[in-house]
Design a protein around this ligand. Sequence first.
Ligand code: ATP
Length: 258
Amino acid sequence: MSAHPTLLEADALAVQIGERWICCDLSMRIAAGERLVLLGPNGAGKTTLLHTLAGLREAQRGSVRLLGRALADWPARELACERGVLPQRQPDWFSATVMETALVGRHPHLGRWAWEGPEDMRIATESLTRMGLEKMPERNILALSGGERQRLAIASLLAQQPALYLLDEPLSHLDLHYQMVVLDHFTRLARAGAGVVAVLHDLNLAARFADHVVLLDGHGHMVSGTADTVLRADVLSAAFGHPIRRHVIDGQVAFLLD
Ligand SMILES: Nc1ncnc2c1ncn2[C@@H]1O[C@H](COP(=O)(O)OP(=O)(O)OP(=O)(O)O)[C@@H](O)[C@H]1O
């Protein structure tokens, strides 16, 4: 067990969609400094589980606590200061600039009627710089490419500065360079004391990133444990219904499909 403080704790969690169980008895703990990856086939329930861990959806049974307090007991603004969620899609209904959108991440930290101040601008600018968007603060978000829009969503989340990051497919639309930039940055944040939960699809990137893995198979079965115990060829092949081989190349785990 880690000596670091517990950020998120799930006890005997059971999550259901309609008649289908996503998981029946998930107990886990994420301490400061830890990275958990949620894996599984399409429709297995990764987003649903992430939303349950975020408090956006109620579990059928069991409990989720953030910093020792049940999610339901957190006032919304306080919760948003401690846990940030990157959704799978960004619904852009209106025009806004890149900077305005990054600054949305600061809103939980502002007073009820307060405007963003110089410190908020500094944090938003730094977040945009991390995601390589610092040269386009005035660009309309409706004119961004898919990858730029995804990087902006991440920049806005970084500006929020929560203790716990819940990321739904953070690498979607990103090129190889930015996939590594994003994973490396969340690793740095974890080393600085944050907790990270990420839904990923790429097994090789999951192996690079994860300390712990929860693998859902889409039939209500779940494997949960350290990355080494879950990211095994037999376990992954069974969950994804396709033969997968595990190799170690230059010290790095690599999965190949048969
Ligand atoms: N509100 C809903 N009503 C009915 N079915 C739903 C609802 N929300 C999700 N589902 C279904 O529940 C299942 C799990 O969805 P979820 O988005 O959690 O899966 P996922 O593992 O994240 O999938 P993907 O890898 O495709 O993003 C899917 O079959 C989905 O169609």
